[in-house]
Design a protein around this ligand. Structure first.
Ligand code: APR
Ligand code: PHB
Length: 392
């Protein structure tokens, strides 16, 4: 068995793991990233592109903000429509803060390029990753590459391996509490090399179901329609997707919609999920390994970023000040913000989607809440504060 040592062993080479590795590098703390897939696979994932200011600041702190600054663009608000009625939430006027539109795939690509540039070590195709002795002062991680067995001795393990990873399950079941809500629908998403229908996002609540008009850049649009949780991509040829999207968005928007061939088409399930605690001994969970949100509020990456911020600050305190206060408070601090992101994502999903078992009264409540949001500044300010990102 090949053995090595590092200070922080990071399981998972997605945005959480890479951002933590890069931040640790800025203070001279050594880490190794273990990723079960290939870099190409990781970079092939299409994910939301709305960044909170806190995420933008963290990327700058990690020295990974240049391309985002050059190619990303800020949005000062978003549109919300119900039928043909549309209104705008002005983030900047209500909170002083815009959001950054920059694809998550690009964030991950920038993180990999920075990690390469500083000689950071990523082991791709790491199989059978297993955490040992996390509840001792000397944890270690084993994994296999091909036929070769490896062992990494470390001070800490960061579980950044997403919802389907092994880190969360490495915490004994009797020490974990899990909370979950599975939504009775999914999102059918299409990427098309067409100009976005609007220069800001449009969230739509229509009698036929939710729709979202988003974008990656001036020539790359991202659209979603709510679909059955059991639907399949094969059931949606491009022309039927465009026709259904046009039925759901306001008429004037549908007239302006530029359609084109889909370059990516996929269906994502919607789930709210949290595991508590986010720490067990020297194992710390970050990002999707600990929590999942429905994509409605674009909180997945942004909540992973605040986890990384809290864990990085705790590790910095440990290594620079020999003080474990930040690590000891990590789970409580992270979960406080996680639950607020879960609440906002659940609230916006409940407001904007048609539920199969929805009664006429429930539908009236949705329409009344949308009307209240349209006409009440305090309601709009509360939504804007959550959307642009609550403080860390
Ligand atoms: N061993 C090693 N790596 C693993 C293992 C494992 N057992 N299981 C999963 N992984 C890898 C996955 O291949 C993936 O690249 O961990 C990574 C987890 O990345 P994400 O699922 O993207 O989760 P995270 O980095 O927390 O990102 C959070 O970004 O990707 C989005 O939807 C996600 O919005 C969320 C945010
Ligand atoms: C996206 O552009 O993919 C996107 C934007 C906002 C969301 C969800 C997804 O709320």
């Amino acid at each position: 068995m090949k053995r090595e040592r590092t200070q922080v062993c990071i399981i998972g080479g997605g945005p959480s793991g890479l951002l933590l590795a890069q931040l640790l590098h800025t203070i001279g703390v050594d880490s190794v990233v273990l990723e079960q897939r290939s870099r190409e696979h990781v970079l092939s994932r299409i994910r939301a592109g709305v960044l909170e200011q806190g995420t933008v600041s963290l990327l700058h702190q990690a020295g990974v903000g240049a391309r985002m600054d050059a190619e990303g663009f800020t949005h000062d608000g978003t549109l919300i429509s119900q039928g043909d009625e549309m209104f705008r939430i002005d983030f900047t006027a209500l909170t002083g803060t815009p959001v950054m539109i920059y694809g998550q795939t690009e964030v991950t690509r920038d993180l990999y390029e920075a990690w390469d540039a500083c000689g950071g070590r990523t082991q791709f195709h790491a199989e059978n990753v297993t955490i040992h002795d996390a509840d001792t002062s000397a944890p270690h991680v084993t994994y296999r590459v091909g036929d070769a067995q490896h062992r990494i001795d470390c001070d800490f393990v960061a579980g950044c391996d997403g919802f389907h990873g092994i880190s969360r399950k490495s915490i004994p079941e009797d020490r974990r509490r899990e909370y979950e809500k599975v939504y009775p629908f999914g999102w059918l998403g299409v990427l098309s090399e067409t100009p976005p229908v609007n220069d800001e996002l449009i969230y739509t609540n229509s009698d036929r179901g939710f729709a979202l008009c988003s974008m990656r850049n001036a020539q790359l649009s991202r659209y979603y329609i709510q679909c059955s949780a059991h639907d399949r991509v094969e059931n949606w040829p491009d022309d039927e997707f465009w026709a259904e999207l046009k039925r759901r968005i306001p008429a004037q928007t549908a007239e302006a919609l530029v359609t084109g061939p889909s370059v990516e088409k996929s269906i994502a399930p919607l789930r709210s999920f949290v595991t508590e605690p986010m720490r067990w001994g020297r194992l710390f969970l970050c990002g999707d390994a600990a929590h999942i949100v429905p994509p409605t509020g674009a909180k997945g990456l942004n909540t992973a970023a605040s986890d990384v911020h809290y864990l990085f600050e705790g590790l910095r305190q440990h290594y620079q000040d020999a003080d474990d206060e930040g690590l000891d408070c990590y789970s409580e601090r992270a979960l406080t913000r996680v639950w607020k992101a879960e609440r906002f994502s659940w609230w916006l999903s409940s407001l904007m989607h048609r539920f199969p078992d929805q009664s006429e009264f429930d539908r009236k409540m949705q329409i009344a809440e949308l009307d209240f949001l349209r006409t009440n500044e305090a309601a709009q300010k509360a939504m804007a504060q959550n959307y642009v990102g609550l403080p860390y």
